[in-house]
Write a protein that binds this ligand. Structure first.
Ligand code: ADP
Length: 415
C-alpha cells in the first residue's frame, strides 16, 4: 500500500522530531534525506529532510516543491510542512514562501499554521508564541546565530513573509474541540490560519479538524492528531516503534548548537566525559580536535563542541559575517564526523539543526529508520554504512533535558 502522509521538514532535526512523533502514534515512518528518494515499501509516512530553513528563498521553495512532487508520486495523500516550534525564519522567509508554494501546487485553499509543541513548552495563545513562560522574543531565540526571533506575534511574522492573508483561530474556538476549530476555519477567509494551542488535546482537536486539508503546517506536535484520521478512515493500523541494531565502538557527541539548552547540557556532560572545545577564532580547529581524539582512551565516549555563548558567536560573526561563520563551523563539524566515522565510529549524537544537516549531508546518508526517543523529539535513528549500522541521534538545539547527552551515552537497542 502507498504511504499516507508525506512530510517536508525544513531541517534535519525537525525531520527526526516529526518522524518520532508519527512513529510514537503508531505509524511506520522512514525519513529520507533530500527530495530524490527511492520507493519505500511498507512505510505509512515519509518524512523528507531538507536543509532549507536558512537557504536563499528561491532554493528553499524549489527544494520543497521538488519534495512535494516526489511525495505525491510515491502515493501520499496528505502533506505536512514541518518547521521549528520557535518558528525560526527571517523577514524574507522561508516559512511563508514555502507554505505559499506548496499550497499553490496542491491547488490552493487554506492551511493551518501552528508551531505549538507543549511537550517542549511551546504554546500559542492569541497568536503569540511562548517558550515556557516567556514570549518567543524574550527567549534564547532572541540571539539565535542565524534566525534571531524578536517578534512573538505569528500573524505579524507570517504576514511579512507572504502576500496571502493571515488570520487567527483563537483559543476560544480551539477549546471547543475539533468542531469549534472547523467552524472557525470555515468562517475565516484567510489563506493561512494561525491556530492557538496550549495542550496536546488542543493539537489533537486541530488535527481532527484538518483531516481533509491537503496541506497542514506546524511543528511536530500538530502531526499527533493526523494518524487517527487515517485510522478512522480504515487506512492505518498501529505498529510498535522499531528497535535499532547494536553498533560497536565509542559514542561521539558533536555539538554545534549555541542554544541555552545545549550549552547547559554540555555543562552537565563535562562532569561525565572529556569534552573538547573548538575555538575557530583562535585557530583551534578540526585537526586539533582529531589529535585530541586520538590521544583519548580507546572506546571511551567523547564530545567535541563548537557551541559558545552569544558574545563569542558574535566575535566570529563580526570577523566572517553571519552566514560564513555558520558555514565555517558547520563544515568543521561535518569534517570531524566524516573523519570519525571513517575511523570506525558508529554512534554519533549531533546537536543543532543546521549542524545535523551539514553532518548528515557530508556522511552521504540517504535515509534513516526511526527508533526509540532519548528525550521527546530526539529519537535514535539508523542507516546502513558498509554493511554495518550507523546510529545517529540528531538533536534540535533547544531540545532535551539537562542530562540529555548523558542519557545519549547509553547505547540503544538490543544490546
Ligand atoms: P540550533 O538547533 O540550536 O538552531 P543550529 O546548528 O541550527 O543549532 O545553528 C547553530 C549555528 O551556529 C550553526 O550554523 C553553527 O555552525 C553556528 N555556530 C556554532 N558554534 C558557533 C560559534 N562558536 N561561533 C559562531 N557560530 C557558531
Amino acid at each position: 500500500m502507498s504511504p499516507l502522509l508525506g512530510c517536508i521538514a525544513d531541517d534535519f532535526t525537525g525531520a527526526t522530531d516529526l518522524a518520532a512523533m508519527l512513529a510514537g502514534e503508531g505509524m511506520r515512518v522512514v525519513q529520507h534525506i533530500g527530495p530524490a528518494f527511492a520507493d519505500t515499501p511498507g512505510a505509512d509516512a515519509l518524512v523528507v529532510a531538507l536543509k532549507s530553513r536558512t537557504a536563499p528563498v528561491e532554493a528553499a521553495v524549489a527544494e520543497s516543491v521538488a519534495a512535494l512532487d516526489r511525495l505525491r508520486e510515491a502515493g501520499c495523500r496528505q502533506f505536512y510542512f514541518k518547521y521549528c516550534s520557535t518558528f525560526d525564519s527571517t523577514p524574507e522567509g522561508n516559512i511563508g514562501p514555502v507554505a505559499d508554494a506548496l499550497l499553490d501546487r496542491l491547488g490552493g485553499g487554506q492551511a493551518v499554521v501552528c508551531p505549538a509543541a507543549p511537550v517542549n513548552g511551546r504554546t500559542v495563545y492569541q497568536g503569540h508564541l511562548f517558550v515556557g513562560d516567556r514570549l518567543l522574543s524574550e527567549s534564547g531565540m532572541r540571539d539565535h546565530p542565524l534566525t534571531p526571533m524578536r517578534d512573538p506575534d505569528l500573524v505579524r511574522v507570517l504576514s511579512a513573509q507572504t502576500s496571502g492573508r493571515v488570520g487567527l483561530v483563537p483559543f476560544e474556538a480551539v477549546r471547543q474541540g475539533a468542531q469549534g476549530v472547523s467552524a472557525a476555519l470555515n468562517d475565516l477567509t484567510a489563506r493561512f490560519a494561525v491556530v492557538d494551542a496550549l495542550t496536546d488535546d488542543d493539537l489533537r482537536a486541530i488535527g481532527t479538524a484538518v483531516a481533509d486539508h491537503p496541506l497542514v503546517t506546524g511543528a511536530a506536535g500538530l502531526a499527533m492528531g493526523l494518524p487517527d484520521n487515517f485510522r478512522r478512515a480504515g487506512l492505518l493500523s498501529t505498529h510498535d516503534a522499531d528497535i535499532p541494531p547494536a553498533a560497536a565502538g565509542r559514542t561521539v557527541i558533536l555539538a554545534g548548537s549555541c542554544s541555552p539548552a545545549t550549552l547547559a547540557q554540555l555543562d552537565v556532560l563535562r562532569g561525565h566525559i572529556p569534552v573538547f572545545d573548538l575555538d575557530l577564532e583562535n585557530g583551534v580547529d578540526a585537526d586539533h580536535a582529531l589529535a585530541w581524539t586520538r590521544a583519548q582512551q580507546e572506546g571511551a565516549p567523547l564530545a567535541i563542541a563548537a557551541s559558545a555563548p552569544p558574545e563569542k558567536v558574535r566575535r566570529l560573526q563580526e570577523r566572517w559575517g553571519r552566514a560564513a561563520a555558520g558555514t565555517l563551523v558547520e563544515d568543521t563539524l561535518a569534517t570531524l564526523a566524516e573523519e570519525l566515522v571513517g575511523s570506525g565510529v558508529r554512534r554519533l549524537v549531533v546537536a543543532g539543526g543546521e549542524t545535523s544537516g551539514a553532518v548528515v549531508t557530508r556522511l552521504g546518508v540517504s535515509s534513516l529508520r526511526i527508533g526509540p526517543e532519548i528525550d521527546p523529539g530526539v529519537p535514535w535513528t539508523w542507516s546502513e554504512r558498509d554493511g554495518e549500522p550507523l546510529l545517529l541521534a540528531l538533536k534540535s538545539g533547544n531540545f532535551g533535558a539537562p542530562d540529555f547527552f548523558v542519557k545519549a551515552l547509553v547505547p540503544p537497542g538490543r544490546g
